[in-house]
Design a binder for this molecule. Structure first.
Ligand SMILES: N[C@@H](CCC(=O)N[C@@H](CS)C(=O)NCC(=O)O)C(=O)O
Length: 361
């Protein structure tokens, strides 16, 4: 009994002591104020600002990879990676056509990113640890999950890497491809000669002249080259996947605001497909009662693009002018194109693929 009174009195003493400290603090003008939530104010970064000032986005692209990035005789660029540049221009400037394309080789990527010659790169680029750090890059979410393959003449009848022992394999310089093929051959104890060229046109010329027994690069690149060759049936993509090649856009890590815009534009393309919002039906969704869709499209005073200091309804511009991820894929690479690619792993997570957007909230 006595013990219980003791505990109660001790608790009372502690409570009174705590209250007096709180009263003293409340009266003391020098005491640190209790933290209160300050409203978030978006800071537009230097790359976003220069895009806004210039009125156009400078995008580093491939000009030699039909389906992903190529240029026609009229100087017009098109392809899956090119559409990603267009989506970012629509997000920042409200105009998907406000893009200056800068064709770059694989090896030029780190230099043009560091010099600020381009605002971003969308050029079949693999996200790796060393590039993320050494290049001072921020990679956006992967837009195309790929792997490295090998292509040879169909009549050579090559099936495994062992069939290439002692041969010459060709690829382009400054790529993940060089290291992957070297690892794959060395780990099997297979001798070979690696010959690299500045770009893939040169690789294919050497191959067609019989100076390479096989060429190696991303499977998407091989499919592109095979589909646009004079005689596609003469070429054979071997049934091998040598590596993981998660391809996507990148920008300089010096501007996290711009990198966020690129990141959420890609997420938005994926999310739009998941919601079933397309360039054709976007207007019907503007009056949607669904709070998730209102937030996504920045309707009904819900913040969206305002988080980055750009148009609050940035995703409306993107979807209306460029379409959702599925539209971009199908237009450039899908069953109705010469490439005839199936979605495979590049499908939404809800269809068994790897594409998954974090929530817009
Ligand atoms: N994804 C790899 C390879 C990228 C690459 O350069 N691929 C070749 C073949 S698909 C290419 O784009 N060639 C065209 C060129 O070099 O201009 C990387 O990021 O290093």
């Amino acid at each position: 009994m006595r013990n219980r009174y003791g505990i109660v009195s001790l608790l009372l003493i502690v409570a009174v002591a705590l209250m007096s400290v709180m009263v003293v603090r409340a009266q003391d003008p020098t005491a640190t104020p209790a933290p209160t939530a300050t409203p978030f104010v978006a800071q537009v970064g230097p790359i976003t600002q220069r895009v806004l000032d210039r009125g156009s986005l400078v995008c580093g692209v491939n000009s030699l990879l039909p389906g992903f990035g190529s240029v026609n005789d009229a100087g017009e660029f098109s392809g899956f990676d090119v559409d990603i540049c267009r989506a970012v221009a629509a997000a920042v400037l409200g105009d998907a056509n406000a893009v200056e394309y800068r064709p770059i080789t694989a090896a030029e990527r780190p230099t043009v990113l560091a010099s600020g010659e381009v605002d971003m790169i969308s050029r079949n680029s693999t996200w790796t640890l060393s590039r993320d750090t050494e290049w001072g890059a921020t990679f956006a979410p992967t837009t195309f999950y790929d792997g490295q393959g090998v292509m040879a003449m169909a009549d050579a009848g090559f099936v495994t890497l062992e069939d290439l022992e002692g041969g010459t394999i060709c690829t382009n310089a400054g790529t993940t491809t060089e290291l992957n093929i070297t690892d794959a051959m060395n780990s099997r104890g297979l001798d070979f000669t690696l010959q690299t060229f500045q770009d893939f046109d040169q690789v294919m010329s050497a191959f067609n002249e019989g100076r390479c027994d096989a060429v190696t690069t991303d499977i998407s690149g091989l499919i592109s080259r095979q589909a646009t060759a004079a005689d596609p049936g003469a070429l054979q993509i071997m049934d091998l996947v040598l590596s993981k090649e998660p391809l996507g856009p990148l920008s300089s890590q010096s501007d996290p605001n711009f990198a966020d815009i690129v990141r959420w534009t890609i997420n938005g393309l994926i999310q739009a497909e998941e919601f079933g919002i397309t360039s054709e039906n976007i207007d019907e969704f503007l009056t949607s009662e669904d709070p998730n869709i209102q937030r996504f499209l920045g309707q009904n005073n819900n913040p969206s693009g305002s988080y980055f200091g750009i148009a609050n309804d940035f995703m409306v511009n993107v979807i209306r002018q460029v379409g959702n991820y599925g539209e971009i894929f199908n237009r450039n690479l899908g069953p109705d194109t010469v490439f005839g690619l199936a979605r495979g792993v590049n499908d939404l997570w809800t269809n068994g693929g790897l594409l998954y957007s974090p929530p817009f909230r």
